[in-house]
Every structure is written in C-alpha cells, then in structure tokens.
Design a protein around this ligand. Sequence first.
Ligand SMILES: Cc1cc2nc3c(=O)[nH]c(=O)nc-3n(C[C@H](O)[C@H](O)[C@H](O)COP(=O)(O)O)c2cc1C
Length: 263
Amino acid sequence: MRVLLVFAHPEPQSLSASLRDVAVQELEAAGHEVRVSDLYAMRWKSQVDRADFPALAPNERLQPVAASKAAFATHTLTDDVRAEIEKLLWADALILQFPLWWFAMPAILKGWVDRVFAFGFAYGVGEHSDKRWGDRYGEGTLAGKRAMLIVTAGGWEEHYGARGVNGPIDDLLFPINHGILYYPGYDVLPPFVIYSTDRFDEARFEAAGQQLRVRMRTFETAALIPYRRQNGGDYHIPSMELRADLGATDLSGFALHLRRAAD
Ligand SMILES: Cc1cc2nc3c(=O)[nH]c(=O)nc-3n(C[C@H](O)[C@H](O)[C@H](O)COP(=O)(O)O)c2cc1C
C-alpha cells in the first residue's frame, strides 16, 4: 500500500512528531511505501488568495470556486498544489495527523485542504440529476482509498465522551471525517486519538505507541466508519435529506448519517 501522511506540527521534538515516526516505521516495516508532507517544514502557504490562480486577469474578480474550477481544468494550479494532488493520486491511503487546536485542525492543515482539494478534483465532481447528486460522500476521485486521522488532544478522554463537556470526539471530528475525507470519496477509518497529552511520560508514550502500531498494522483491513452513501437510496434527491423511515426517531445531528443494522 502507498500511504501519504500529511503532518501539521511546527516542532520536530513534539509528541506529535514522535508518534508520526512510530506510524511511519510501523507502516514501512509492514512493507508499505510512505511519503510525508510535513507542512511546517515545507513552509506550506495556508491561505487561498489570488496568487493561487496565476491565470486570473489582474482586475478580474476572484471567485474562489470558479477560479479553482478553471485552474484545475486548465492545469494552471500552482506547482505546490499540483504536487500534493499528485501525491494524493499516488497514494492508496491518506493519514492526516495534527494536534487538536481549538477543537479543530491547525490552520496550516485547513489551508492545505482549502488549496489542494480543488473543484473538479475533490468537489464539483460528477453529474447532478434527479437520480444522483454528484460523485461525493464515498464516491468521487478518491473513492476506493482509505483515510484516517491521528490526533493528539490536551483534554481528558472523559471530557470528549458521550456526556463530556467538550462534546463527543466523533462529533467534533465529523466535519473532517465526513466533510473532508468521505466527501471526495475516501473510505474513512475510526480516528486514532490520544488524550491528556500535556501530561505525557515515557510509560504513556510506550502505551500510545503500541496502540498506534496496532492501528497501522490493521490499516488495510480495519472496519470503516459506516457512513451512508448519498446516492444509494437513503437520501431524497435533490433535498439530500435522510428518508424519514431511516435512522432511529430519537436520533438527530451527525449520528443520523451512520448506517444502522436496522435500516
Ligand atoms: C492553540 C492551541 C489550541 C489548543 N486547543 C485544544 C483543544 O481545543 N482541545 C484540546 O483538548 N487541547 C487543545 N490544545 C492542547 C493540544 O492539543 C496539545 O498541546 C497537543 O495535543 C500536545 O501535543 P504536542 O506535544 O505534539 O504538541 C491546544 C493547544 C494549542 C497550542
């Protein structure tokens, strides 16, 4: 398997960097080929702006969606973005690794997504009709490839539990897992999350490393998050609302978009 690991932490001596090294070693030991995009080391430009679209005339209004569509179609995206798209096409699997910062990914990684997930590549793909609503949510350019998150969080695991004050971790990561990874087609694995990271000692690092090694060993075979297919009949098209007879009646929000055995 060919794996791309996109890494977003500024410090080579961080816990995140040490966990990255464990993941890479384990994948390579299993015979997988790994490439790492270390965004801070690459000095990745995180903001979308006119410089991303060299073909845009100086006085032309910048409409990011239209500009992205035109640049992807005419192969005029910038070299840094094109290189990342090539890596995504090369890889059978994608890992995004980051520390949880303000309940989200660091800005540099969000900027990687904003710039690399171009129109025609990661969104705006496929036909929109009364039968299907584009190729997205499990379908699309990156369909058939696997993806997962490796996240470190300062807060306690209980704080991210079902009744925890921070909100459940699966809810907090839903916009990334479902909105960023599943959207362009990836099969998404449950995330690997390490908690209470600001109180880490050798013993905890050993234990976390062991758990991460297991997750890397099972990367190719582990069960996926069972998101629903948008064109598979579960949703009304074009409103894209889940059918009233699916999902438990007391469910709402993100959990509705997980397939249940009963549906
Ligand atoms: C700007 C910033 C925002 C943070 N926000 C959160 C947060 O929302 N939730 C949380 O659990 N920890 C938060 N933390 C703590 C980090 O998740 C923690 O420091 C990190 O996981 C430690 O890993 P590292 O040693 O690799 O940096 C935040 C840290 C920083 C610097």
